[in-house]
Design a protein around this ligand. Structure first.
Ligand SMILES: N[C@@H](CCC(=O)N[C@@H](CS)C(=O)NCC(=O)O)C(=O)O
Length: 77
C-alpha cells in the first residue's frame, strides 16, 4: 500500500490526497511531526524534510506534490 507522509492541514498534502482519492487508491497516512528535528524518517527516505512524500509499495519514493501527482497519474490512471 502507498504511504503518504503528511500534515493533515498542509495544502500540498490535500492536493495529493485528492489525487489518491480520485484514482481510488488505498493509502496509509503517516502524520509527520511539525518539529523539523523529528523528521529523520522522511529525510532518510527522500533526502529532504518537506511534506508531502509518498512511498509506494514497490519502494519508489517521491516528494513534491506536483511530482507526486504526475507519478500517480502515470502509474495508476
Ligand atoms: N513544493 C512543495 C512544497 C511542500 C511544502 O512546502 N510543504 C510544507 C508543508 S505545507 C513543509 O513541509 N514545509 C516545511 C516545514 O513545515 O518545515 C510541494 O509542492 O510539495
Amino acid at each position: 500500500m502507498i504511504k503518504l507522509y503528511q500534515f493533515e492541514s498542509c495544502p500540498y498534502c490535500v492536493k495529493v490526497r485528492r489525487k489518491l482519492d480520485q484514482l481510488g487508491l488505498d493509502y496509509e497516512k503517516v502524520e509527520v511531526s511539525r518539529d523539523r528535528s523529528q523528521r529523520a524518517k522522511i529525510k532518510e527516505l527522500s533526502g529532504q524534510i518537506k511534506v508531502p512524500v509518498i512511498e509506494d509499495s514497490d519502494g519508489t519514493v517521491v516528494n513534491d506534490s506536483a511530482k507526486i501527482v504526475e507519478y500517480l497519474e502515470e502509474k495508476y490512471a
